[in-house]
Ligand binder design. Structure first.
Ligand code: 5GP
Length: 190
């Protein structure tokens, strides 16, 4: 029998979650729908509202939180991020798999809420800490202070890898995506 799942891809900032997730979303055999998060962060160049994120004000975010519209949420380097709940519930009901690309606090909230209820949790690791530092520094979209905060946060997030069902090393995005695709497919046919 085929089952459907909520799939969490988490891991430290800069590990390359976005690239791996894009590759996964292109694989139609995975029957995956991407959960678009709400954030109070300002859009980066090339980011599109309603595609990459729902870019909203802090007031709007707090209102969603008060109305219990978020499955999970977290503050990350002075901005709020959260997963709109209703879209996920509807999509799971339709028999599709839903992919959440979120940081570790939010992932832990979902683990607590959805234990044993069709959840696959994957932690993406960098090949080395040096590699992660280079990636965060080379992104050039943040100020030096923000880069430092993101690096500190990444070091803390790496300690949480054992909480996840699977750890996947992002040596290349193609390899990592292939491994994650295999994990999802094997869970679907169990
Ligand atoms: P960025 O600002 O680089 O887009 O995202 C910062 C961090 O927030 C990343 O680790 C990203 O995975 C995470 N993130 C994105 N959306 C959400 C969300 O809805 N909830 C949580 N908890 N984290 C999120």
């Amino acid at each position: 029998m085929k089952r459907n799942f909520l799939v969490i891809v988490s891991g430290p900032s800069g590990v390359g979650k976005g690239t791996v997730v894009k590759l996964l979303m292109n694989d139609k055999s995975l029957n995956l729908v991407y959960s678009i998060s709400a954030t109070t962060r300002k859009p980066r160049i090339n980011e599109v509202d309603g595609k990459d994120y729902f870019f909203i004000s802090k007031d709007k975010f707090l209102e969603m939180l008060k109305n219990d519209e978020l499955l999970e949420h977290a503050e990350f380097v002075n901005n709020y991020y959260g997963t709109p709940r209703s879209y996920i519930e509807e999509t799971l009901k339709q028999g599709k798999n839903v992919l959440l690309e979120i940081e570790t606090n939010g992932a832990q909230q979902v683990m607590e809420k959805m234990k044993g209820k069709g959840l696959i949790t994957i932690f993406l690791l960098p090949p080395s800490l040096y590699d992660l530092e280079c990636r965060i520094k080379n992104r050039r979209t943040e100020t030096l202070d923000v880069i430092k905060e993101r690096l500190d946060k990444a070091n803390k997030e790496l300690q949480l890898k054992s909480l996840y069902d699977y750890n996947v090393i992002n040596d290349t995005p193609e390899n990592a995506a292939k491994q994650i695709a295999n994990i999802i497919k094997s869970c679907m046919i169990k």
